[in-house]
Structures are given as structure tokens and as C-alpha cells.
Design a protein around this ligand. Sequence first.
Ligand code: GMT
Length: 380
Amino acid sequence: MKIAIVCYPTFGGSGVVATELGIALAGRGHEVHFVTYKQPVRLELLSSNIHFHEVHVPEYPLFHYQPYELALSSKLVDTVKLYGIELLHVHYAIPHAYAGYMAKKMLLEEGIYVPMITTLHGTDITLVGKHPYYKPAVTFSINKSDVVTSVSEDLKRSTLRIFNIQKDIEVIPNFIDSKKYSQDYTDCQRSLMANEDERIVTHISNFRKVKHIPDVINVFYKVQEKMPAKLIMVGEGPEKENAEMLCDKLGIADKVMFLGNSHEIDRILCFSDLFLLPSKSESFGLAALEAMINRVAVISSNTGGIPEVNIHGVSGFLADVGDVEEMAKKAIYILEDDTILEEFKQNAHKVATKFDILNILPLYEEVYEKAFKSRFKNTY
Ligand code: GMT
């Protein structure tokens, strides 16, 4: 099938999922066309069946806000016509589902019907999408999608609670390619990061408020009081500077490394012992899943879709949002004992393999098939 994928090309989870999905679909023989404003960060190789089409938004001084949706929908129309695209898969409702629907309508005017799948990722619903300024447009574009998928059961429930949705929402969880993580990968170079006797705690995110970064640091503060430890902070975002200041204030700056955005997530996770994800809201927690497949135990909040990924007492522990005491207690419990740590690490890996792409990709192919067939009855 010829599929156009629209996503954010950044380090954010929705862009990562969309990119990995596109790469995997190409591996199965589909022709995949990414349509976005920059080459997606995880898309390192273009090939005969992976294409990238850049959306340009020419600056015009009259516009206080440059019209990205307009440029995207026009680009989609052109791409569909030029490459014979058979299906649009848009990741993150805002503004992609809206632009996708406009492209669909324009194409229909020319007698071309292209079904649209919308995948809801989290903040497009729970944070940004529900704002009264966006809500009517988000509701409309979800209802006008041919198939709607959400990355967790919890996100589906939130969507149905927040919006007036008339469509079925299919839950297709996020995934990882477990083949990429070989059992006997030994070249971790752990010694570059920490001494032999130190535990390594890691956090990866876009450092937005929703990630509760101070909780990461406060949990780590309590951990390092009990044992030698290092904290590795990966990512960039608005809360990073405050985080650096907090480490300084607590006198732990020498134990915390801020690495910025990294293309070497797997390498960092490879030598990590524990991953912290104390988010205020999280529809799935892809970062936790990536940690788990790398045999890293997880301490997280119990919000949103995280309990569907991090299994309490198995791959790690969950605690109420903001309960730093409990998170630290459980982190110390896991890290204090070599045998317990090893058990949690192995369990984390085992739980993560359930989300292997081999199990998840066919679910997407099924909804593509369903949407493709809908072209015979659906012409709105
Ligand atoms: O976590 C973020 O802020 C980035 C955001 C995104 O859209 O890129 O992540 C969301 O989608 C990911 C992929 O489906 C999920 O794993 C994250 O849990 C979700 N983030 C939130 O719900 C806060």
C-alpha cells in the first residue's frame, strides 16, 4: 500500500512512533511517504520505499501566524496526486487531523478518495486538544477520520470523556523493535558515566512541566543519600534550566549529567539501572518502554496509560503523582540489592517484549485494510 504519514519530526514520542512505524511498514513492502516540516529525527535512511516530503511555509509579513495547516494540506494533496498515495495516517490530532481532512475534501473534489487514519497520542487530547480554543476543531477532525486509534486504553477513555466522539476508537499500543536489542550487547561503556560501585538512574523527556522534573531530582536526591549514584538527564525543554538550578541548590550538581537531546538513547539505557518517569500525565510512556526493553527497571507515577506499560511490582513500581517519598523508597528497594535489581531488570525486558513491533504492526495493517475498504461506502 502507498501510505503518507504525517507527524511531528521531533524527539517527542508521537514522532518517534510514527517514524518507527513507517520504517517497519516499508520493511513489509509498503511504500511510505513522510510529510512534515523537517526530516524526522529517527529517520536516518531514506530508501526506494521510504520518502520524505518537506512542508515549506513561506514567511509573509502580513501573517502574524504562518499558516502551517494550509501548507500541509496543500502538500498532502500534491503528494497524493503525484505518488498515487492510497491512505493518510496522521499522528497527533493537532493540527494534523484537521489538515488531513481538508486534504481529503480537496482531493474528493477531483474524484480522488483517500481514507484517513488518525492516531491520538496524548497531549493532543489531554493537554492541548481540550483547550476551548481548539476543542471544536479537534472534535470535528476526530469524528471525520475514517479510523481513529489511540495508544492506550486510558487515552481512549479520556478522549471519550473529554470530547463528543461518535467514532469507535481502536487501541493500538505503542511498540518497540526488540530485535534491535541483542541479549549479549556488552559494549555499553558504563565506565564513561559512573564508577563501578555507582548505580545509574536515568530520565529522558522533553522537559515540559507535565514531566514533573523536580520529582525526578528529588527522588534521585534521596537515592544518592543512601548509595553512590549518578543521574543522567536526557532531553531538552523549558524546565531544563530550573532542573539544573535545583541540582545546584541541593548540592548534587556533580552527580547529575544533563546530556541534551541524544541520538544514542539505547546506548545510554544500556548502562542504566533505573528509569524515572514521575509525569503528571502520560498517555503511554514510550520512554519507559524503551528503558524496559533495554533491561532498565522503572519507577513511575500511576497516571494515564503508564500502568498499562510499567507493571507494579514486576517491571518496577508505580506511585501517586507527586509522591516523591514513595518513589524514592521503591527506587532504593530496587537499587540496594544486586539480586533484586537484576530480577526487576529481567522482568522489565520480559514485559517490554509484549509490545514488540511484530505483535503491533499487524494491528495497524488491519485498520489500514479496513479504512481502505471504506472507500467504497464513504465519500463525505
Ligand atoms: O511526552 C510528550 O510530551 C511528547 C508526546 C508526543 O506527542 O510526542 O508524547 C505523547 O505521545 C507518546 C507516544 O504515543 C506517549 O508515549 C506519551 O505518553 C505522550 N505524552 C503524554 O501524554 C504527556
